[in-house]
Each structure stands twice: as structure tokens, then as C-alpha cells.
Design a protein around this ligand. Structure first.
Ligand code: FCB
Length: 334
């Protein structure tokens, strides 16, 4: 099943209640006897779907007394992560004193093994929610944490209409891309999901940093680090350049950037390495020196830790060009 561009015109009127994907799901649910087991539009909406994939996305349009009007109950959670966006109506998560309601624009993030217990809020007529199930890339770790958590479930309340519209557009896009069969679309789906997670991390960070303008000495330290990736400066040296003691700089860095100096520097070097791996044929040994690691083995270790694969495998993957046979990815298998 593929989606066409006119399914949800990004530029057109924005009305989540007219989501064509929902209309399609309703049609399929109405047609009695249809084998829902193999239909990717509806199979994941019922218990028993294996989720043995790297990414699968969809929308669950629960209506009072409809076929999907039951509580999703996974006491042991899932193997992968789930991000969930309420599109229409209201949902209820958990029962008992911990239970809470989510409404349009609210986002939930379920880490692996977190308990899933949610359904339509009994006071609401419907609960439509979009979701993406995924196995994250290694370097997403820092973005997979939101401040508010209830029983391991991360909660991000709606910010404003523009934020919701943007999230909605991206969720639709992830779903469309995940249904296409070439390998580049699978990568684009991941890219789009990364965009969602980054946007959430950004509003989270903005909220946490309210009234704390970024310290200009920290900014100078960042500039020094990123302009000297090839010949990395030590923390002591950087601190001296920005007129702080090393421990004061470390403290301020953590507060403003959300991670340690060495960790940030490593992530900058690895990002630069990823770019060089993608767009050049520089041998890995020279490349590791270009990004500031004298020892290529150590570079490969840090790279693997952050990216989840070796530099060589990363380059090979980036070189792969789309148009693979259809069985490759529907949805993206991991
Ligand atoms: C569907 C649920 C949805 C999400 C995915 C992974 O069955 O309707 O909320 O949990 O599974």
C-alpha cells in the first residue's frame, strides 16, 4: 500500500479530522471479513502484531464503541521505542492515581519495556493518535529524554498550534516514507523522525533554560572547540582562553549545553567525520586525523559507540543508492 502526494496536501488546509489515512482505515474496518492480518493499514492496530521492524508508523483512530475502542495493554512494554501524538479527541494513559489525559498536540514517548496502558478517555467521543515505533540510532540518546515522566513514560504537553501543525506534518511524512519500498525512503523516514525528536528536544531544552541566557564564555568555548577539531585543545587550555577555571567551565558547560565538554567535542568530531565519510573518499586513517584522532582504532571505537556502526560500514551505507527491489523495506526492516 502506497500513499500519494495528494493524500495530505502539506500546503493545503490543515484539518486533522479529515486525515485520508483515517478514512481509509475506517473503510477497511467496515468491510467485514477482510483479512486484516496482512494489511499494514490495520494489522498493527490490533493485538498480536509482532513489531519486528526497525520503524513502523501509523494512526489509530479510536471512536467510542468502534472496533478499536479498547485499551492498549502491554504490561511488559515493547522492544523498541514509541512516540505518540494526539491528533483528535482525548486519550487516557494508565489507570488509578497515576492516570492522566492527553489532548490534541500532546506527545508521549515510551522507552522499551515501559508499560503501555492507554485508550480513549471515557469522557471523550474519540481518541485519534499518530505513532511511530522505532529502534533509535545510537546518537539520538540525548534527545530521548523529556523532563516530565510518569512511570517511565515521557510527556510533552502541546506548545502552540504551529508546533502541533509541524509535528502532525512530520508524523504524516514519516508514515508515507516508511511505506515506500526503496532504501533511501527508509533513510528519509528516519531522517524525518530525527527531525521530530530534535524539535521536541529543542522545546524541552528551551523550557528548561527559560531565563538562563547562554553564557558567552560557554559560547566562546564551543567556538574554540569546533574551530580546532583537528588539533583538539585540552579543557585546561580552553578554560584559560575563556578566563575561567577548568571546574567552573565544566560546570557552566553542563548547565548550558546539557553535556560535558569532552562529550560535546567528541560528538562534534564524529559529526564532522560522518560528513567527510559521506561526501569524500578520504581513507579512514587520514580521516580520523582530520577530525582530531591520532589513533584510527580509537576513532573507530568512539564512532561505533556514537553512530552504532563502524566508519567503514557507515560509508558503505551512505554510498548505497536507492531503487532496491521492493522486498527490501516495507516497512524498513532492521
Ligand atoms: C497500535 C496502537 C498504537 C501503538 C502501536 C505501536 O496497536 O494503537 O497506539 O501502540 O500499536
Amino acid at each position: 500500500m502506497q500513499h500519494s502526494a495528494e493524500d495530505m496536501d502539506d500546503q493545503g488546509a490543515f484539518d486533522p479530522s479529515q486525515d485520508p489515512q483515517v478514512q481509509r482505515i475506517f473503510r477497511k474496518l467496515r468491510r467485514a471479513g477482510e483479512s486484516s492480518g496482512s494489511d499494514l493499514d490495520v494489522a498493527p492496530l490490533f493485538p498480536g502484531f509482532p513489531f519486528d521492524v526497525r520503524l513502523v508508523a501509523g494512526i489509530t483512530p479510536i471512536e467510542r464503541d468502534g472496533p478499536l475502542d479498547f485499551f492498549i495493554d502491554r504490561p511488559n512494554g515493547m522492544r523498541g521505542w514509541i512516540i505518540n501524538l494526539t491528533v483528535e479527541g482525548a486519550g487516557r494513559v494508565f489507570d488509578g492515581p497515576e492516570s492522566f489525559v492527553v489532548e490534541q498536540g500532546d506527545l508521549l514517548l515510551f522507552p522499551p519495556q515501559a508499560v503501555h496502558y492507554y485508550g480513549r478517555d471515557p469522557a471523550a467521543e474519540k481518541w485519534w493518535h499518530r505513532w511511530v515505533y522505532f529502534q533509535p540510532r545510537a546518537y539520538w540518546r540525548n534527545w530521548l529524554q523529556w523532563e516530565k515522566q510518569v512511570q517511565k513514560v515521557h510527556v510533552l504537553r502541546r506548545r502552540d498550534g504551529a508546533f502541533f501543525r509541524e509535528m502532525f506534518r512530520l508524523f504524516v511524512e514519516v508514515e508515507k516514507l516508511s511505506m515506500l519500498t526503496d532504501s533511501l525512503s527508509a533513510d528519509l523516514a528516519f531522517n524525518c523522525l530525527e527531525h521530530i525528536l530534535l524539535s521536541c528536544a529543542r522545546v524541552e531544552r528551551a523550557a528548561q533554560m527559560k531565563n538562563v541566557p547562554i553564557d558567552e564564555r560557554v559560547l566562546s568555548a564551543c567556538t574554540l572547540i569546533s574551530t580546532n577539531l583537528q588539533q583538539p585543545m585540552g579543557v585546561r587550555e580552553i578554560a584559560a582562553e575563556v578566563c575561567l577555571s577548568p571546574s567552573r567551565l565544566s560546570h557552566l558547560f553542563h548547565k548550558h549545553v546539557g553535556m560535558g565538554i569532552v562529550q560535546w567535542r567528541d560528538s562534534q568530531r564524529i559529526q564532522y567525520a560522518m560528513q567527510l565519510l559521506r561526501v569524500t573518499s578520504v581513507p579512514i586513517k587520514s580521516l580520523s586525523q582530520m577530525v582530531g584522532y591520532d589513533d584510527p582504532l580509537y576513532f573507530s571505537r568512539v564512532f561505533r559507540r556514537q553512530v552504532g556502526m563502524s566508519p567503514r560500514a557507515f560509508r558503505a551505507r551512505s554510498m548505497e543508492v536507492g531503487d532496491e527491489p521492493a522486498e527490501h523495506a516495507s516497512p524498513a526492516r532492521g
